[in-house]
Unconditional design. Structure first.
Length: 74
C-alpha cells in the first residue's frame, strides 16, 4: 500500500474531550490560537481533511497536550 492509498484506519480528533476536561470553549480556543471557530468546529467534528502543523502546534500549546492526545487512530 502506498501512502496515498486509503485504508481502514481513520484519525479521530479528541478536541471536544480535551476542551471539556479543561473547561474551555471552542470560542476561547479560537481566540488563543488565531483560528476561526468554524475551522476548529470542522476539526472537532472529524470533517477536516488536513491541518497545518503550525495550527496543530498552537492547539496543543493552548490545551497543554501532545499531538497524540488530540489525534488518535480508530
Amino acid at each position: 500500500m502506498s501512502p496515498a492509498e486509503p485504508d481502514d484506519q481513520q484519525i479521530h480528533c479528541r478536541l471536544d474531550d480535551l476542551l471539556e476536561a479543561r473547561g474551555m470553549t471552542l470560542t476561547r480556543l479560537s481566540e488563543l490560537v488565531g483560528v476561526s471557530v468554524v475551522n476548529l468546529s470542522v476539526l472537532k467534528n472529524d470533517r477536516a481533511r488536513a491541518i497545518r502543523f503550525s495550527t496543530l502546534a498552537a492547539i496543543c500549546q493552548a490545551l497543554n497536550c501532545d499531538v497524540g492526545d488530540l489525534l488518535v487512530t480508530s
